[in-house]
Design a protein around this ligand. Sequence first.
Ligand SMILES: Cc1ncc(COP(=O)(O)O)c(C=O)c1O
Length: 320
Amino acid sequence: MTATEDLIATADAHSAHTYHPLPVVIATADGAWMTDVEGRRYLDLLAGYSALNFGHGNRRLLDAARAQMERVTLTSRAFHHDRFGAFCEQLAALCGMETVLPMNTGAEAVETAVKTARKWGYTVKGVPAEMAKIVVAGNNFHGRTTTIISFSTDPETRADFGPYTPGFQIVPYGDLTAMRSALTENTVAVLLEPVQGEAGVLVPPAGYLPAVRELTRERNVLFVADEVQSGLGRTGRTFACEHEGVVPDMYVLGKALGGGILPVSAVVSSREVLGVFRPGEHGSTFGGNPLACAVALEVIAMLRTGEYQARAARLGERLH
Ligand SMILES: Cc1ncc(COP(=O)(O)O)c(C=O)c1O
């Protein structure tokens, strides 16, 4: 047995088979390159499912993480810590918004967006109790929690995991007529990926996102952009929505926000929208922890330069 076969056999024997990885066992990585246990080098075109926008082992991010690890890594939100305010302020500024609610994984941030939109619907928009609807797109991928898979159209993701959470309506991605007829007085949000990532990197027809933006504004519905995968420099802009000049009511961010070092996610919106929460109504032990904030602050500082977005645009063109 080779070292690769041996390591894979151990993993297969003791892990739940929720993935079907390529038969490659990575030992180290640097920049865009990974090296396996046998010394073979690979160009990493997957980039941690888009969480490695700044490459493996980015020096700036590792230094920020190391420095913070020597100071304090976790306080819980029962206390303030000295990185939290700056993280929220600077992430909100990067998004051109006001308020941040930090979580850890992308799916948690999507769940947070769902809760926010429902609570906003009941307490601000005046939707009758238990009637809130969120419109989503077919072929979406927003994560794998029980609520999120409830509005998936992928049988692999969904089958045998019911009963499903109600309150979602699915329309074809890119179909404005379907979107228009799906919106009712009880619709609290439209939740879309500005580019559908897991569906195969599908860009919607030109004009679709601006039209959804206009429609949601007219109907007093929140436009929630899940930029967990498409955001933070991935498409050559800070946010994929920018390609169409769209500013949503809420960004859902994750993946690259943690610099490929640790999971960091967030919902970013206005004071009015995120102001619906009261203490105790939402939270997370690790959400907004000092290490996460320190790494994310460095990610934000790097994105502020515009250098990474420009490089992604340039290299993207060349790869095409
Ligand atoms: C658009 C989008 N939203 C949410 C998620 C879920 O993120 P996580 O795997 O961190 O829970 C993903 C993951 O691929 C994603 O692509």
